[in-house]
Ligand binder design. Sequence first.
Ligand code: HEM
Ligand code: HEM
Length: 225
Amino acid sequence: MHDFLTGPMFYVSFSVCIIGLLVRLILYIRGLAWQLDRVAYRAYPGLGWNGAIRSVLSWLLPFGTSSWRQQPLMTILFFGFHFGAVLIPLFLVAHNLFLKSKLGFSLFTIPQLLADTLSWMVVVSALLLVFRRIALPEVRILTTAYDYLIIALSTAPFITGLLARYEVGDYGFWLVMHILCAEILLIAIPFTKLSHIILFFASRTQLGMDYGIKRGGQKGTSMVW
Ligand code: HEM
Ligand code: HEM
């Protein structure tokens, strides 16, 4: 099982994730229509890209937008979850040793203490995100089983990764479970709303362009729309 998951299944899940995300991005961009969206993307590239970069960066900064500031608890949970969700898969020492042996390259790595802290933060934040969906009526009415499934899929590699890391019980078992959960997640990413990993940047760029060009950028000028 270990050989299968770290061999063929690793290459399959990794490629499905990367190629799938690229396809989602291309489909998103091809689906844009300036007439329908009423955004003059090409006509004002300077104003557009200015607005796009501003929008992406403000949303990536904790409390960087007024929506983040209006919902401080959600902001803390969101960033508590996402710092680890993004940094651990990419920059954990163990992952980079694995990457080097499989694909011949590795990335920058983070210290073990930081990795442990971020991993715990992901698990605790995920529990609180679930609690939020149950506790707040305005979120509860929008929540379906699918939302819980996505949180479970995203958190499973963290729980199993920590169980392996602390060698709770049978190390080999938890490592295999960890890699299995991680590969299920990688495969699920392009086909579910986890595709937001790339589509977040696409939709924020689009909206930022709209604000930069039309709704703010050229306010008070003779632009007809
Ligand atoms: C650069 C990468 C990422 C960005 C920019 C991003 C951004 C976002 C945003 C804007 C939301 C919506 C928050 C809201 O409800 O207001 C969200 C939700 C979520 N993201 Fe990400 N995300 C990224 C990576 C990831 C990764 C790698 C995972 C999983 C390992 C993940 C799992 C989730 C989950 C489970 C939710 C839903 C939380 C809930 O149900 O309340 N994200 N993300
Ligand atoms: C298929 C790809 C993956 C492989 C082969 C892999 C392998 C490993 C290995 C060997 C460890 C070290 C266990 C130890 O300390 O002995 C580990 C730890 C961990 N992995 Fe993965 N992993 C993969 C993907 C992921 C993904 C996608 C996530 C998160 C979304 C993740 C999250 C973690 C966490 C949270 C830990 C423990 C961190 C800590 O040391 O505190 N892994 N992984």
